[in-house]
Design a protein. Sequence first.
Length: 529
Amino acid sequence: MSEDFLFDAQGDGQGEKVREEKGNLRRWLADPVLWVKDHVDVKLARYRSAEDLDYWLATVPENRHQWLRKNRSKLKFHAQHSYQAEALRQMANPGYYAFQWANGTAKTTTAALFLLWFLDTHPGGKVVTTAGTWSQLTQQLWKEIAYWNERSHGTVINDVGVNATSINIGPDWFAFGRAAKEEQTFEGVHGKYVVVIMDEAKAIKPAIFNGVRRILRGNKEGFFWWICLSSPGSPSGPFYDITNGDQAHRWHVSKCSAYQSERVDLNQINSDAEDLGESSPLFVAMDIGEFPDETEDTIIPISWVQAAVGNTPIQKGISTMGVDIARFGDDETVFVRIDGRKASIQESYSGKQLMQTTGRIMQYAPTVNKVAVDDAGLGGGVIDRIREIEAEKIMRDGSNIKAINGGTRAYDTERFFNLNAEMMWSLRRIFEDNYRSENMDLFAIPDDAKLIHQLSSRKFEVLSDGRIKLESKNDMRRRGEKSPDRADALAYAWWMQMRSSTTNKELMSALVGATDPESIGARVRNMDF
C-alpha cells in the first residue's frame, strides 16, 4: 500500500524527530499489533494451550464434546499465540475480512482496536460502522471504542475524543455509526482510505450489504477495507454467504471456536453442552462457532430468536404472565412476564410443591393484567386450588388468572391441530415481524441460553389436511431434547397479550358495527363516560 501520506520534514531542527516519527508510522502501518503494544493498555486474547485442553478433555466422559474430538487436529491451540493479534495483522492490508467467531472471543474488541489503529495511522481515513441493531452499535461497538480509547495514549484520537457514535479528527478524517436501515444511507462515503465495519453481521440484511457495494463502486482509486464480525446464526443470509457460501472465495475468512479461546471457561462450555445439548442450534453457534443445521421444520429460526435478545421495544402495552408447571424431575416451573413487548424470566425452579407454586402465582397476579397458567397434567391441581381461593372474587369481579391447556382445540381449527400449535405460531409471528422490521425493536427477550435454545430447537409438521401440528414433547425427548418449559411459559404470556388485543378489537368492531339502536353495542357506544 502507498505511504505517500507520510508527512515531510519541515525545518532543519526537526529533521531527526520527523525521520523517527516516519519510521514509527511505517512500523505501525505494517503491523497493527506493534501500534497496539505502543499505544493501548490491553492484553490481546490468546489461543488456549493444547495441554490445558487435553487435560480437561480427559476429565469429561468420552461421549461428550464429539465435535471437538473429531476436529481436534484441525484446530489451533497454542498459548503463546494470539488469535486477536493474527486478525489485526491480517487486516493491515486492504481487503474483505469475515470473522466467524464464537461468543465471548472478543470480536467487538478486535473491531474497536482496528478502528483506533486505522484512524491514527491513516490521515484522511474514513470509517463507517454499523451493526444488526442500533443498540448493538451504540451499546456494544461504540462503547468498546470509547473504552479502549480511554486506555490508550499518544494517539490523535486522544486529542479529539470519542463521541456517542463518532470520532471527528478533521473534515475528511473521521469515523461514525449508521443504523442498518436502508442501503441508501451507505451512499456518498468516498476517499482514499475507507473502512466499513459490520458488527454482529449475521443480523444485517442483504440491502445493507448492497449499500456497502455502492461505496465500493465509488471508491475505485482508493484503498478499501470491508470487515464483518459475528457469531453464526441461521445458515442463510449475507454473512453465511461470505463465510460458507458462494461468496466465501472473495473473503479472508477466520473462524474461532470457544474451545480455542483462553477467554472462554471450558467448564462454561461443558455446562452449555449439558444444558442445551451438543446438537442444539444455540450451542453450535455460540460455543462451536459454526452455522447450525437448520431445517424448514424449525418453528422459529435461531436468527429470528437472536435478533430479539436484549432489544428495547418501542411499543408499550399491558403486562401479562405465563406459568408453565413442571411435570417431571428435571422439568422446570417457569414464570415469564411480558410488559408491552419486553419479556423477562421472573423465576424458575424444579422440585417445589404445587401449593408453593400456587402461592407464587397468587403473589404475582395483582402485579399484571393477566396470568396464563398451564392447566395440563399437574397444572390442573394448581388451577383447582386457585379457583378455591378465588371463589368469591371470581363470582364478584372475575379473575385475571386464566387456565390454558395446549392440548385443547385451537381457535382457528382450520389452520392448527390444537391450541399449542396456535400459540407457538403466534409467537413465531412476532419473532419474524421483529426480525424483518427496520430497527428490530418490536419484541425483546432476555439473553437466556435455555430460552434461546428451546425457542430455536422445536419443530413442527404440516398434516395431510394442511393443519400445523407442533412436535410433541415425547418426540423431543426421543431426540435428546428436554421439556421446553421456558419457551412454553413465554408462549402463554404472549398468547395473553394477543387474546387481550383480539378481544379489544372484537369489542371495538361490535361497537362500530352496531346498527340496531337497542343492541348492547349501540347502547354502550352511546353512553357518556
